[in-house]
Design a protein around this ligand. Structure first.
Ligand code: ATP
Ligand code: MG
Length: 700
């Protein structure tokens, strides 16, 4: 009984409706020209808040509307979060057609391409990524191995060696020149340093490890490889359009990569602001922006001057601040927005009064209807928010911290990850070293001997079990062998597998943690969270790669526990705030020696970079900006004493004129004395009372 086969058509896939984007209504003329630019190189160079990032989003939408397949568009940004947000916005414009666009950081994209194309070019596909700390530890092994360090105490330490190495790779400046410029005291060691670097490179290759710099370096080498039609052309042919945000913070290696990626076509759009270049210390160079028209002949150049972010009084202050910069290409920014009050320059008696003011004012703005997530507290360096973090915790105000010490850089989190990493890559010497030293009874020598023994047995799974430890390490050795075996025993793929593995590691590790660290409770809570986060990953490899590439600034970064949607305040370093905006911004510690940091003070270029960084921080504000500085700074370094501080040199008399001065009162005491050069004052409490129309009768 035969009949014709029954046809079964595929179901229509749900595709969000494609709406036509009204470029004319949503962009100004210059922005629209850039967004709808045809083929060929395009540079958008413009100041803060002029809509560079917005234009890039519309350009993605335009390309999709023109029929460019989403998967053939590559969007490179400074953080993964920025890429996700931009793509989400593009999706709102053109619907889910934009979903296949590849968006991410240079490093993340390098990782993806190397896993895919590396094996054809001699790089085994199962490499492990070293984060900065791991790389320094490996450098330490090379430093010890070279023997030079023993002879003299003056030989550079691991962090310095890694810095020099990374700078060399990212800037292509010869090691000798870096030493002469930055570390003249180490010039005599140039040859030995070269040997340490050679050893470091060899160690990485022997152990199949790849550091952050290698990701970019290998990518550049792949796309530059000859002969034509080889791998370089194939990678270049993956995309028809490449778009880059924050181009002012790219380095020569990244410029080489883009050049290589554009060997098949020339459809490169880059967007940046030289006044916001803040990563020179990592090798970024604004030459990439300045030389773009020369490197890409016939490039279209678009400039934007209308600011859509901030009120005019805030722009007046930030324009003045950056007008003091030595070198400057961008023009004065203006806005059509009207109204807004002058930004506040707040003098506090000391750091705790500064903290109290920030928290009080945040609560006040919150009561006026500004959600916490629309407010941010910014500072020059991660540790400067410590007191604020404690106060916010005490007052039950939820916050998220960006930049500074990251969750995954915490020692106890790294300890636990070391166990997973040796399972993943038995040749991962750095992780072995870390976890061996954790074990009671195992010291430097035993750790080294164990690693040596494993190397001799070609890093086989059983190699560690065969190693004979000295008597006092026997118990620890046995426990570790047992744990690793049990973890290897059933590599099943059941759900939550990685979380279960961490649970087993913790059965051994939690006691060690309690021995080794003080403040045990928050650390254990961190591990709880780590375990929960891990359970969401399909397998160990995916989990470890994700962490090594994008260490989340906090657990909510991973969308864990659904708190990504919550209304939380943001605390951020100025660097991590780049590209963002908030309704209200507080810049704390505007003290000379803190911002600019004291270590920048001897060097003109570094001071200029600090100035641009302060410009980045202040230009994040839409409606409210408050810059605070304490008059007295408690300094334990100076013998547990208070010292009188100066307001940041960037807020000179002229710049201060754009601010309204605010002096905080202490209950029962008169207002603080004004620091030199600051006169007219405003009483905040009087202002608050005035706001509610009850000037005289507020409780004192
Ligand atoms: P930064 O230099 O800080 O990265 P940017 O130049 O990338 O700033 P955007 O973040 O793109 O600026 O834009 C700043 C703000 O102005 C955003 O809220 C954006 O939506 C808004 N904006 C930009 N252009 C327009 C426009 N033509 N119409 C309305 N809003 C706009
Ligand atoms: Mg931007």
């Amino acid at each position: 009984m035969s009949s014709d086969p029954r046809p079964y058509p595929p179901r229509e896939r749900a595709v969000a409706p494609r709406r036509t984007v009204d470029f004319a209504a949503e962009l100004n003329d210059a922005q629209r020209a850039a967004a709808t630019h045809g083929d060929g190189p395009l540079l958008i160079v413009a100041g803060a808040g002029t809509g560079k990032t917005r234009t890039l989003v519309y350009r993605v939408a335009h390309l999709i509307e023109q029929g460019v397949p989403a998967a053939r568009i590559l969007l490179l940004t400074f953080t993964r979060r920025a890429a996700q947000e931009m793509l989400a916005r593009a999706e709102r414009l053109v619907g889910s057609h934009s979903r296949g666009v590849h968006g991410g950081t240079f490093h993340g994209t390098a990782h993806r391409l190397l896993r895919r194309f590396g094996p054809e070019a001699g790089l085994p596909g199962d490499f492990t990524i070293l984060d900065q700390g791991d790389a320094e530890d490996l450098m330490q092994l090379s430093r010890a191995g070279a023997g030079v360090a023993d002879k003299t105490k003056r030989f550079p330490k691991k962090a310095t060696l890694h810095h020099i190495y990374s700078r060399h790779v990212n800037t292509e400046i010869p090691v000798g020149a870096i030493l002469r410029e930055e570390f003249p005291r180490f010039i005599e060691f140039e040859e030995e340093i070269g040997k340490v670097f050679a050893d470091y490179t060899r160690r990485k290759q022997d152990r199949n490890l790849v550091d952050y710099d290698d990701l970019l370096l290998y990518w550049a080498m792949l796309v530059e490889s000859e002969p034509a039609r080889a791998i370089g052309d194939r990678i270049g042919a993956l995309y028809d359009h490449i778009l880059v945000d924050e181009y002012q913070d790219t380095n020569v290696l990244q410029a080489r990569i883009l050049k290589g990626m554009c060997r098949v076509h020339r459809n490169l759009t880059v967007v940046g602001d030289d006044a916001q270049s803040v990563y020179a210390f990592r090798g970024a160079t604004i030459r990439n922006i300045l030389d773009f028209p020369r490197d890409y002949h016939g490039a279209a150049v678009v400039t934007l001057e209308q600011n859509y972010r901030s009120t005019q009084p805030i722009l007046d202050a930030t324009n003045l601040l950056i007008s003091r910069a030595e070198e400057r290409y961008s023009k004065e920014l203006y806005t059509r927005r009207t109204g807004g009050e002058r930004p506040w320059l707040v003098t506090a008696q000391d750091d705790s009064q500064q903290t109290r003011f920030v928290v009080d004012r945040i609560l006040e703005l919150h009561e006026e209807g500004i959600p916490l997530r629309e407010m941010a507290v910014l500072f020059r360096a991660g540790y400067m928010s410590a007191e604020l973090e404690i106060e916010l915790t005490a007052r039950n105000i939820p916050f998220d911290k960006w930049g500074g010490l990251k969750f995954l850089e915490a020692a106890h989190v790294k300890d636990v990850l070391a166990f997973l990493r040796v399972l993943e890559n038995p040749r991962d010497e750095v992780s072995w070293y870390r976890l061996l030293l954790l074990m009671p009874g195992i010291g430097e020598t035993t750790a080294r001997n164990a690693i040596q023994a494993m190397a001799e047995h070609a890093w086989g799974h059983e190699a560690f079990g065969r190693f004979t430890p000295p008597p006092r390490a026997r118990e620890a050795h046995g426990a570790l062998v047992q744990l690793l075996e049990s973890l290897r025993a059933n590599p099943g793929a059941e759900e939550g597998r990685v979380g279960i593995e961490i649970g087993r590691v913790r059965a051994l590790y939690d006691d060690i943690l309690k021995e080794r660290y003080d403040r045990v409770e928050p650390r254990l809570a961190d591990l709880e969270r780590l375990q929960a986060i891990a359970s969401g990953y399909p397998d160990r490899t995916t989990f470890l790669s994700a962490l090594a590439l994008e260490p989340p600034a906090s657990t909510s970064d991973l969308g864990f526990g659904g708190d990504a949607e919550d209304d939380v305040l943001v605390l951020s370093t100025a660097h991590s705030a780049k590209g963002r905006e908030w309704d209200a911004v507080f810049l704390i510690w505007a003290v000379d020696g803190w911002f600019p940091m004291s270590r920048a003070l001897g060097d003109e270029e570094q001071i200029e970079e600090e100035r641009r960084l302060m410009y980045v921080a202040m230009t994040r504000a839409r409606n409210h900006l408050a810059v605070t500085f304490p008059l007295n700074v408690y300094s334990s370094r100076r013998g547990a004493d208070y010292s009188f501080s100066q307001v940041s040199r960037f807020l000179d008399r002229g710049v201060r004129k754009a601010f309204q001065r605010v002096v905080l009162e202490t209950p029962g005491e008169p207002a603080a004395a004004e620091p030199p050069g600051i006169t007219s004052t405003v009483d905040v409490r009087a202002m608050l009372r005035a706001r509610f129309g009850g000037a005289g009768d507020a409780p004192g």
